[in-house]
Design a protein around this ligand. Structure first.
Ligand SMILES: Nc1ncnc2c1ncn2[C@@H]1O[C@H](COP(=O)(O)OP(=O)(O)OP(=O)(O)O)[C@@H](O)[C@H]1O
Length: 934
């Protein structure tokens, strides 16, 4: 174990007790909270400041000589948000007219904390199907490329109020790759739609709930819903006592960096999110086996009011992030817009798409930036080349602000790597500044200003006093190993210099030995290296070239892929061991120097939060500009109208060889309900999705695929669009449909954009029409913009009663197929006014499909028989018609009166207008409508 002799620095970091850490190694546990009782709560830990500054609560740490170097009390973390869907730091600052502080860079860290999970043979005794896990944390030297920017790394704690407070939800989440905690607290309805949506957006690795939520046979509805919706996510229950709001507040006071400390005011009376953060941090400390340094976390409260809400099924329907057919396909909105160069940029884009902005001022600031990037080629390419060199700053900062509870060689190696990444990142601040120097738009100027923070120079200068100028991030594990070995300048520690000379000699010896072997056996041997095997020998040759078709017996551990042999020898294994030994010494001594250096720069390090914010935001804006250069997108405007001239579907454009047919849209408050009809395959669903995608693009600050576009800000976007790959049974498809529509009806408001496609297709026609009619009437009472695509043409007549309804349809043409002497349908994908006049288009579509002609013929005959029967049965007496008309008008009257709260006079006028309209459209009702005035 490494024991650097740096004097311990400040303490007061809440920590899990040593006993709890030891307990981890004693074997599996079923339930974190139930089996392991942390002995020292945050407050107790804070109070026991008798331990020397910088130590955590671990026994080893308090025992003098064995203590690790700790971050000083002023230790600050770094990084920007993983799910900062809303405004960036600079955007916020601009909006509130504050002067900007700092910002810049990023670095992809390969040594990030990994949670290794081993499923236990037994499940949680409390809940069937519930998995428990033993958790171990280790710093592994995974290659950065192996770590996807979007691989789940978020842990969320969820807690619900009890008794009268049921439905009040507190949430706290942390991304293990980013030192940021997001808190939220809100009231949810009985479907818990908001919690589910928020969790889907976070895409968690693990969800923590209280053990009281899953008492055998009496689990809460929230618990049941979450476990049903997140079957692939790990669940952990911990004792309710850890959901302690007082501890939560103490954690925030201790860990939140000063620049974000206003969050305390926001959350001090939000007990549930405070309770959630207490449980979350206790748990993270436990699994990570490390504590966060004081004042090291960015903690934000995220109210749901700042962003538009897109529920999870709409996210799926619209293929915002994942393609429904192929989860690896980039045929999604994210794929269309993602030309980002950094992991942070790509994460920011993802979170923005899932939660677009609703603040027009901020959106316009972003659009100004995109416009400038499009107009200034030098700026565009300059920025692109600088950003491409940044690594994952968020991840880097996340590791920098964690204090390992145990010293291991991997922890030491990780710290050295991170210091090299930090230097690499800081060295990019200047080139970024130079690129942004002549920018004009306020947001870009603000980002430029944030890079002028003196702290970047201070940190870099300090690093350079210890670290070699040419130590930098390089690809390849051997390259990085060399960088780490020689990171510290010579003459700082003479023992280190000696150890490095020894290491160099061993490496030279290895190379010399392998060339001797090559000579001895006349084989084309070469020296190779991998982090798992260390140095080994490789050879590419045909086996016939080997003496006796075999490798000499001296070579062992042989593996062969095609003509490439990999092997080693007993001597080489010994030399590798010597090499490792001297490396351990080097890392040990380097680590001590690095820790001392880090303790000197920690007080400045939180300036990197703004740097990563700047980099990720610039990257996303640049990505928007890049997408524009590949297609003719236009800058959107924001008004009270949804008006799109010649708009097209952005994903379809990416997929198809030819550009999709463009269409116009004009939706206003006076005409806010569109019924869209047209034959199968005519383009209805595509059009609906296109509207939603354009709306989302506009609200995140991107240009949109159209010749002109104006949008009304949507606070929520709802879709009910059936997905073709639904493998559920017909009845469950119907239930899914009903659930989705119920969700829309519960949550829609006047500022929603609602897209409904083929509602009621999962049941019979009469019921389908009935359901559609009722849903339309409800939605018509809102000022939401609704697009309703249907095959029920009966529904189109609703425009007679509601002036705000517009009927539009997709045109098709009928062309004679001379070769087969048949009529074929030509899809124009053009939207026109009115309802479709096409009849039996299902049969026509079937005719052009691969259905056997005999089947189609049968289908046609049966259809005409059924139609005849229906017509016969529908023939009714005049009395029946009179009753129907009276009933219909009376219902309408009551509803209108209820909706508009008309006085009796206006009611009479309304009725007489309605009568005229009704008579004109339904002449047969004329003879009876007089009676309704009674
Ligand atoms: N504007 C367009 N330009 C070019 N191709 C289009 C356009 N709109 C739709 N398409 C093509 O037509 C196909 C069918 O479109 P879509 O699924 O939207 O039809 P639909 O009317 O909803 O059909 P159904 O009623 O059977 O569900 C799409 O897969 C797409 O390839």
């Amino acid at each position: 174990m490494l024991r650097p002799e740096i004097p311990p620095t400040s303490p007061s970091v809440p920590a899990v007790s040593p006993s709890s850490v030891e307990a981890r190694s004693q074997g599996p546990r079923y339930n974190f909270g139930l089996q392991e009782t942390p002995q020292r709560c945050p407050s107790a830990q804070a109070a026991s400041s008798s331990s020397p500054p910088g130590t955590s609560g671990a026994a080893g740490d308090r025992s003098g000589s064995s203590s690790l170097p700790r971050h000083p009390p002023s230790a600050r973390p770094a990084q920007d948000s993983y799910f900062t869907n809303k405004r960036s730091y600079a955007e916020n600052t601009l909006a509130s007219h504050f002067t900007l502080g700092t910002s810049s860079s990023s670095a992809r860290d390969s040594n990030y904390p990994q949670i290794l999970k081993t499923p236990l043979s037994a499940g949680n005794p409390q809940r069937p199907g519930y998995k428990s896990w033993t958790l171990q944390m280790e710093y592994s030297a995974t290659s950065s490329s192996a770590v996807s920017a979007h691989s789940p790394s978020v842990i969320v704690a969820v807690v619900e109020g009890r008794g009268l407070a049921r439905g009040e939800i507190g949430m706290a989440s942390i991304d293990l790759k980013s030192p940021q905690i997001i808190l939220s607290q809100f009231a949810d309805n009985t479907t818990y739609a908001k919690v589910i949506t928020k969790l889907k957006i976070l895409s968690p690795l693990e969800i923590i709930m209280s053990n009281t939520a899953c008492v055998v046979g009496n689990s809460t509805k929230l618990f049941t819903l979450i476990t049903e919706n997140f079957k692939n996510v790990n669940f952990t229950t911990i004792q309710r006592k850890y959901f302690n709001e007082t501890k939560g507040l103490e954690y925030i006071e201790q860990l939140c960096i000063t620049e974000f400390s206003t969050v305390l005011m926001e959350v001090q009376s939000k007990y549930y999110c405070l309770a959630a953060v207490a449980a979350l941090l206790k748990y993270v400390e436990f699994i990570q086996n490390s504590v966060y340094a004081p004042k090291s976390l960015k903690i934000c409260f995220q109210g749901s009011e700042q962003t538009a809400m897109i529920d999870s099924s709409s996210t799926q329907n619209l293929e915002l992030i994942i393609n429904n057919q192929d989860s690896r396909s980039s045929h999604t909105l994210f794929g269309v817009l993602n030309y980002t160069k950094t992991p942070g940029g790509s994460r920011r884009l993802r979170s923005n798409i899932l939660e677009p902005l609703i603040d027009v001022e901020t959106i316009n600031m972003r659009l100004d930036c995109v416009q400038e990037l499009l107009q200034d080629e030098e700026l565009f390419f300059g920025l692109q080349s600088v950003l491409a060199r940044f690594l994952d700053t968020e991840q880097l900062l996340s590791v920098l602000v964690q204090i390992p509870k145990q010293d291991t060689i991997t922890a030491a190696e990780s710290k050295i790597t991170n210091l090299i990444y930090l230097k690499h990142t800081l060295e990019l601040v200047d080139p970024l500044k130079i690129t942004l120097k002549n920018c004009n738009t306020p947001l870009l100027r603000a980002y430029y200003g944030s890079l002028e923070d003196k702290r970047f120079v201070i940190i870099l200068d300090k690093i350079k006093t210890v670290i070699n100028d040419d130590a930098r991030y390089m690809k390849g594990c051997l390259n990085m190993r060399t960088q780490k070995c020689y990171a510290v300048r010579s003459n700082i520690n003479e023992f280190l210099d000696i150890a490095r000379r020894t290491y160099t000699e061993i490496v030279d010896d290895i190379a010399g030995m392998i060339s001797q072997l090559a000579e001895k056996y006349s084989l084309p041997l070469r020296t190779s290296f991998s982090s798992a095997r260390g140095f080994f020998i490789q050879m590419t040759t045909d086996c016939t070239a080997l003496p006796n078709d075999q490798l000499p017996s001296e070579f062992i551990k042989i593996s062969k892929v095609k003509n490439s042999y990999s092997f080693t020898s007993a001597d080489l294994i010994k030399m590798n061991e010597r090499c490792q030994e001297s490396l351990r010494e080097i890392y040990h001594m380097t680590y001590m120097i690095v820790c001392k250096l880090l303790s000197e720069i920690y007080e400045h390090i939180h300036c990197l939060h703004k740097l990563s914010d700047t980099v990720s935001m610039l990257d996303m804006l640049l990505s928007f500009a890049h997408a524009c250069t590949l297609s003719d997108y236009v800058r959107p405007e924001f008004t009270d109208t949804l008006a799109i001239k010649h708009g097209w579907h952005p994903i379809l454009e990416k997929i198809s060889v030819e550009k999709p047919v463009a269409n116009n849209t004009y939706i206003t408050e006076g005409s806010n309900f569109f019924i869209i009809t047209g034959p199968n395959m005519s383009g209805k669903s595509t059009y609906l999705k296109q509207i939603a995608l354009c709306q989302i693009m506009a609200q995140i600050g991107s240009y949109v695929p159209a010749e002109y576009a104006s949008f009304r800000i949507a606070e929520q976007i709802f879709t009910r669009i059936s997905t073709d790959d639904d493998i559920e049974t017909n009845s469950s498809t119907f239930m899914k449909e009903m659930k989705e529509i119920a969700y829309i009806l519960h949550n829609a408001n006047d500022k929603s954009l609602i897209l409904i496609d083929e509602l009621g297709r999962g049941t019979n026609t009469e019921e389908g029409i009935g359901i559609c009619y009722a849903v339309c009437e409800y939605l018509l009472s809102l000022k939401a913009f609704t697009l309703f695509a249907t095959h029920f043409l009966e529904l189109c007549h609703i425009d007679v009663l509601y002036p705000n309804v517009e009927n539009v349809h997709f045109e098709v043409q009928h062309v004679k197929n001379t070769s087969r002497n048949k009529e074929a349908i030509l899809y124009t994908y053009k939207l026109s006014k009115g309802l479709t006049e096409e009849k039996n288009y299902g049969l026509k579509a079937a005719e052009v499909s691969s259905l056997p002609p005999s089947i189609v013929l049968d289908a046609k005959e049966i259809t005409s028989q059924i139609t005849r029967q229906i017509l016969q049965s529908q023939r009714s007496t005049p009395e029946m018609e009179r009753q129907r008309a009276v009933y219909h008008l009376a219902t309408r009257l009551v509803q209108t009166a209820r909706n508009s709260q008309l006085d009796p006079d206006s009611l009479r006028t309304y009725l007489s207008n309605l009568k005229k309209k009704y008579e004109a459209d339904f002449p047969r009702a004329k003879q009876v409508s007089g009676n309704t005035e009674e």
